[in-house]
Design a protein around this ligand. Structure first.
Ligand code: G1P
Ligand code: ZN
Length: 541
C-alpha cells in the first residue's frame, strides 16, 4: 500500500522562498506529505526523474528527508542525491542540481528564521536550472494543495543518510554524497586560491561566524583547510538543530557577537557571517560595516580583479528595494542593470538568458551566475579576492568607492509580527492615496512620484504586480514599503530608506542620521507609529 487518502490543509501557499511554517505545523500528520505530493503533481510528476535533497540541518530536517525519500520512491523517481546527514547549503544544492543534471531539488530550510521544535521549518522546490521555482510553478503547487485527495509514500525502513554511498528504496536509488566537496571545488574554479593562501600566509586575520548553521563545514573546509587560515577562524562552525539558540540571520542585530568583535579595538582585518541555509552574507572590515546594497556595488566595480569574472560582467541585477548604488557602477561600466521584485527567483531568467553575471538584494543576498541561488560564502570569497588583489582594507575600499560613485545612504526598518489586518489596512490606505502624493511636501521633502512596483520579466513576459510601494522625493531620496513574504507570524512591514549624496562632502555620516528626514517624512505620510502604536522598528539593518 503506497497510496494514502488525505484532505487539504489551509495556508500551504509558498511565499518569497518556499513554504515556511512553525515546525510543529509541518510535523502535523500529512502536512508535509500533502505539500510534497502537491509539488510533485505540479511539476508533472517525478517518474524517472533525478532529484537533489538536503537542508540546513535544522530540527525535523532529517525526519522530513526520510518522508520525502519514501514519497519520491512511491512516485516513481529514479534517483535522489542527498547530502550526507541530509545536509546541503542552499547554494551547494543549487550547484549539485546543475552539476549532476538533476531535474530539480527539494531544500529543507527556513533560511534565516530560527530553528527548533518551537521555531520555524520550511521547504522549497528548485528547478533543473538550480534556481527557485518561478511563480507559475509555486501557484500550481498551491492550487494542488487545495484539492489534494491522496499522496504516495513507500512503507519502508529509514535510509542511512550518515554514510556516503548508494542504496535502494524500492526501485529508486538513493545516493548519499559529501555535501561540501563539489561546492568547494566550484569555488576553486572562480577565485584565485593561490593569492588567498598568500593573504592568510602573510597574517591576514578573519573571523567567519557560521552561526551554528550549515556553512560551518563549508567554511572550515574552504578557509581553514584549503586556504590555510588558522584553526578557529570559523566560529559557531557546527550546525545544530536549533542553531544553538542563535538567530542565524547575518545582520548587525543578530550577529551581534561578530559585530562587537569587529568594532572592538583589536578586531580582525575581515569579518563575515552567513545565515541558516548559507545563501546570505554580512561583510565587515575592522571597524566598518558594509551595507549589502553597497556590497553588490563594490563587487560589481571590482569583479574584473577576480579570475571568474576577468572577462567582464554581462550585466547586473538588484531587487527593487535594494539601493541604486550598483546602478551607478553599471552605468560607469556600460552594462545593463535590471530591477526585479524581491526574491532571488526573479534573477534566474536573467542569468539563464545570459543577461546578468552578478545579482544582489539589500537583505544580505549576493550572488552570481555560478549557481542560481544567492551564495553567502561566494560573497565572502569575492571580498577576500578583491582585498588580496587591491592590497587594501575594507575601509579603504569603501572610502574609495564612495569618492568615485557617491554614496547611497541606506537602511531597512522592520516592524515584525504586526496584526495582519492592521498592516493590510495601513497599506490599503496608502494604495488609495498613492496617486495624490505627487507634489506634496513632508519635512521639506517634495514627492516627485509614487507608484506600486510591477515587474514584467524581459525574458518570458510574465507580470508580477503589487511588489511594493515606492515614494520618490525630489533630489533622489526615496522610501519603499512592502510586507514580508517569508514571515510566519502576523505581518512584517519592511520600510526601505535611501538617500543619495554625490560627494565629495557628506560621505561619512551615520546612515540613520543621514536618513532622518526621510524617516520623519514616511511617518507623516504612512503613520506607522500612529497606527501600530510601535515606538520604532524591531530590527534596523
Ligand atoms: C526576504 C528578503 C528577500 C529575500 C527573501 C529570502 O523576503 O527581503 O530579499 O529574497 O527573504 O531570503 P521577505 O520576507 O522580505 O519577503
Ligand atoms: Zn537563506
Amino acid at each position: 500500500m503506497t497510496t494514502h487518502p488525505t484532505t487539504p490543509f489551509d495556508g500551504q501557499k509558498p511565499g518569497t522562498s518556499g513554504l515556511r511554517k512553525k515546525t510543529k505545523v509541518f510535523m502535523q500528520p500529512n502536512f508535509l506529505e500533502n505539500f510534497v505530493q502537491a509539488t510533485f503533481d505540479a511539476i508533472g510528476g517525478v517518474t524517472g526523474k533525478t532529484l537533489v535533497l538536503g537542508g540546513d540541518g535544522r530540527y525535523f530536517g532529517d525526519a522530513a528527508s526520510q518522508v520525502i525519500l519514501k514519497m519520491a520512491a512511491a512516485n516513481g523517481a529514479a534517483r535522489v542525491i542527498v547530502g550526507q546527514g541530509a545536509w546541503l547549503s542552499t547554494p551547494a544544492a543549487s550547484n549539485l542540481i546543475r552539476q549532476r543534471g538533476a531535474d530539480g531539488g527539494v531544500i529543507l530550510s527556513a533560511s534565516h528564521n530560527p530553528g527548533g521544535e518551537t521555531e520555524d521549518f520550511g521547504l522549497k522546490y528548485n528547478m533543473s536550472n538550480g534556481g527557485p521555482a518561478p511563480e507559475a510553478v509555486t501557484e500550481a503547487i498551491f492550487a494542488r494543495t487545495k484539492v489534494i485527495t491522496e499522496f504516495h509514500k513507500l512503507d519502508a525502513p529509514d535510509v542511512n543518510l550518515e554514510m556516503v554511498g548508494e542504496s535502494h528504496l524500492g526501485a529508486m536509488t538513493v545516493e548519499v554524497v559529501d555535501p561540501v566537496c563539489d561546492y568547494a571545488d566550484l569555488m576553486e574554479t572562480i577565485f584565485d586560491f593561490k593569492a588567498l593562501r598568500g593573504l592568510f600566509h602573510e597574517g591576514f586575520t578573519m573571523r567567519m561566524d557560521s552561526m551554528c548553521a550549515i556553512t560551518g563545514p563549508y567554511a572550515v573546509e574552504i578557509f581553514e583547510n584549503r586556504l590555510g587560515a588558522p584553526k578557529g577562524t570559523v566560529v559557531h562552525e557546527t550546525p545544530l538543530p536549533d542553531f544553538g539558540g542563535m538567530h542565524p540571520d547575518p545582520n548587525p542585530t543578530w550577529a551581534h557577537e561578530l559585530m562587537a568583535e569587529m568594532m572592538g579595538d583589536n578586531g580582525p582585518d575581515f569579518g563575515a557571517a552567513s545565515d541558516g541555509d548559507g545563501d546570505r552574507n554580512m561583510i565587515l572590515g575592522r571597524g566598518i560595516y558594509v551595507s549589502p546594497s553597497d556590497s553588490i556595488a563594490v563587487l560589481a566595480a571590482n569583479a574584473q580583479l577576480v579570475p571568474g569574472y576577468a572577462g567582464g560582467l554581462k550585466g547586473v541585477a538588484r531587487s527593487m528595494p535594494t539601493s541604486a548604488a550598483v546602478d551607478r557602477v553599471a552605468a560607469a561600466l556600460g552594462i545593463d542593470c535590471y530591477e526585479t521584485p524581491t526574491g532571488w527567483k526573479f534573477f534566474g531568467n536573467l542569468m539563464d538568458a545570459g543577461r546578468v553575471s552578478l545579482c544582489g538584494e539589500e537583505s544580505f543576498g549576493t550572488g552570481s551566475d555560478h549557481v542560481r541561488e544567492k551564495d553567502g560564502l561566494w560573497a565572502v570569497l569575492m571580498w577576500l579576492n578583491i582585498i588580496a588583489a587591491r592590497g587594501q582594507s575594507v575601509a579603504e575600499i569603501m572610502a574609495d568607492h564612495f569618492v568615485r560613485f557617491g554614496r547611497n545612504y541606506y537602511s531597512r526598518h522592520d516592524y515584525e509580527a504586526l496584526p495582519t489586518e492592521q498592516a493590510n489596512a495601513m497599506l490599503g490606505d496608502l494604495r488609495a492615496r498613492l496617486d495624490t502624493l505627487k507634489g506634496t511636501s513632508y519635512q521639506g521633502l517634495t514627492v516627485e512620484s509614487s507608484d506600486e512596483f510591477s515587474y514584467t520579466d524581459p525574458v518570458d513576459g510574465s507580470v508580477s504586480a503589487q511588489q511594493g510601494f515606492r515614494i520618490l522625493f525630489e533630489g533622489g531620496s526615496r522610501v519603499v514599503l512592502r510586507l514580508s513574504g517569508t514571515g510566519t507570524e502576523g505581518a512584517t512591514l519592511r520600510v526601505y530608506l535611501e538617500r543619495y549624496v554625490p560627494g565629495p562632502d557628506g560621505l561619512g555620516e551615520d546612515p540613520q542620521t543621514a536618513l532622518a528626514p526621510i524617516i520623519a517624512a514616511t511617518e507623516e505620510i504612512v503613520g506607522i507609529s500612529a497606527r501600530t502604536g510601535r515606538q520604532g522598528p524591531d530590527v534596523i539593518t
